[in-house]
Write a protein that binds this ligand. Structure first.
Ligand SMILES: Cc1cc2nc3c(=O)[nH]c(=O)nc-3n(C[C@H](O)[C@H](O)[C@H](O)COP(=O)(O)O)c2cc1C
Length: 168
């Protein structure tokens, strides 16, 4: 799957909207992710309002690209529906990675921003997007058409030393 190898974190975008069909496709990809006991407790807020993007971009020192993105997907977890509560972040990570890979497939660029487990940042994002108390913020993914020179591209990261056969 070529998308796995060419995906990069894209933090600069063209001044161009992402088509609604493409955003929907990203969310479809997210919802195809594996989850513990198939609990699929993810929920999303799609933010394309410039003012809200600006406010969201200030929740951490590492989320500045949110303000430059045409759309940012906030990935949240509905804890009211959790069958296996202790591993909700693993489910959210799987669905976030699906968004990143589908973005590459659609000719887009994306960047994952970690919010959990910082309670302060989780609370800040929840307040901005108006999430109810049972809904926890996991992270955010900014999406857009990559700016010139910032496209997805392969970097060889294969490390034979990280592999052990049968025993470490
Ligand atoms: C859990 C997680 C949290 C991350 N948080 C941020 C972030 O807050 N801001 C950011 O610019 N990049 C963030 N990244 C992207 C990483 O910096 C990036 O994946 C890493 O530098 C490798 O680069 P690549 O994605 O281009 O391969 C995050 C990635 C992960 C998996």
């Amino acid at each position: 799957m070529q998308e796995i190898f060419s995906r990069r974190s894209i933090r600069n975008f063209e001044d161009r909207k992402v088509e609604r069909e493409k955003v929907n496709r990203l969310l479809e990809a997210a919802m195809q992710a594996p989850s513990a006991q198939n609990q699929r407790e993810w929920t999303f807020v799609v933010v394309d309002d410039k003012q809200e993007l600006m406010v969201l971009s200030r929740v951490s020192p590492y989320s500045g690209m949110v303000a430059k993105s045409p759309v940012t997907i906030v990935v949240l977890c509905d804890t009211a529906r959790l069958a296996v509560p202790e591993i909700w972040q693993q489910d959210m990570a799987a669905c976030t990675e699906n968004i990143l890979l589908e973005a590459v497939h659609l000719g887009l660029g994306a960047c994952w921003m970690g919010i959990a487990p910082s309670q302060e940042r989780m609370d800040a994002v929840a307040k901005i997007v108006g999430a109810p108390p049972s809904v926890k913020v996991f992270g955010m993914v900014s999406v857009g058409y990559p700016a010139e020179g910032k496209e997805n591209r392969f970097i060889d990261r294969f490390d034979r030393n990280a592999i052990h056969l049968n025993r470490w």
